[in-house]
Each structure stands twice: as structure tokens, then as C-alpha cells.
Write a protein that binds this ligand. Structure first.
Ligand SMILES: CC(C)(COP(=O)(O)OP(=O)(O)OC[C@H]1O[C@@H](n2cnc3c(N)ncnc32)[C@H](O)[C@@H]1OP(=O)(O)O)[C@@H](O)C(=O)NCCC(=O)NCCS
Length: 104
């Protein structure tokens, strides 16, 4: 029903991609995937989850994605204009500090 793809970086654990099947949206599966990713990150010695998503603010599906990340504890770190990874589109960089004493 859903998946999350993680990339281990020196600073943090980055969410490279995640999605939940359309018919199962809004049932807590995305939140559960974030919780699993947070526990995994802690076990790998990371203290921060990060993610980049479309940051233009003018595309409704990605406003929903941004709302999802914010409601699961991510904060906006910065907007990168002309992000090469998104073919020159803007990217929003979000980070979520992890309380690994609780999560591990
Ligand atoms: C973003 C996505 C993963 C969310 O998954 P989900 O299983 O529907 O999310 P959840 O049901 O766990 O929702 C968790 C919280 O996010 C928020 N949220 C979820 N969908 C939202 C929406 N469409 N609009 C606003 N807030 C939303 C809710 O506030 C919810 O909190 P609540 O449980 O207190 O109501 C899913 O919509 C999706 O796969 N979207 C398409 C792909 C995508 O955008 N992937 C991320 C970029 S890589």
C-alpha cells in the first residue's frame, strides 16, 4: 500500500521518495512510514530526517505533500531556486530532528 526509500547521508537520513497508493491516502500509512524511517535512522546513528520536495507553492498536489510533511514534524529549512535535481524547478528542503532516546 505504500513505500519509503531512504538515502543515508553523512548529516542525516534523507527520504528520497515515498508514496502511498491513492485509494489508501488519509489512513495514517504515510505517518507510519515516517515513524519507521525515524526509528531506522536512529538505529543507524542519525539524528535528523530530511526530505526535498517541490517548493514552488503553485502546484496543488505538492501543497498537500508539504502539509503532510509539516504535520509529521518536518520544518522548512530552505527553498532552493533552480534545483538541478528537479530539472531547475524550486525545491523545498525540510528537516525533522529525531528524539532517538524515545525512538530506538
Ligand atoms: C504524501 C503522502 C505520502 C501522505 O500519505 P498518507 O498515508 O495519505 O498520509 P497520512 O494519512 O499518514 O497523513 C498524515 C498527516 O498528514 C496530513 N495530510 C495527509 N494528506 C494530506 C493532504 N492531502 N492535505 C493536507 N494534509 C494532509 C494530515 O494532517 C495527516 O495528519 P492527521 O493524521 O492528524 O490527519 C501521500 O498523499 C502520497 O503518496 N502522495 C503522493 C506522492 C507524494 O507526494 N510523495 C512525497 C514526495 S516524494
Amino acid at each position: 500500500m505504500g513505500f519509503i526509500l531512504l538515502e543515508e547521508r553523512e548529516c542525516c537520513m534523507e527520504i528520497a521518495w515515498m508514496a502511498v497508493e491513492r485509494g489508501h491516502h488519509g489512513r495514517g500509512i504515510g505517518r507510519r512510514l515516517i515513524e519507521e524511517a525515524a526509528g531506522y535512522a536512529c538505529r543507524r546513528g542519525k539524528r535528523v530526517l530530511s526530505v526535498k520536495t517541490y517548493g514552488g507553492g503553485d502546484y496543488e498536489p505538492y501543497q498537500k505533500t508539504l502539509s503532510f510533511y509539516k504535520s509529521t514534524g518536518f520544518k522548512l529549512y530552505e527553498i532552493i531556486d533552480n534545483y538541478t535535481g528537479f530539472q531547475g524547478q524550486p525545491a523545498a528542503v525540510l528537516i525533522k530532528p529525531l528524539d532517538c532516546a524515545v525512538l530506538q
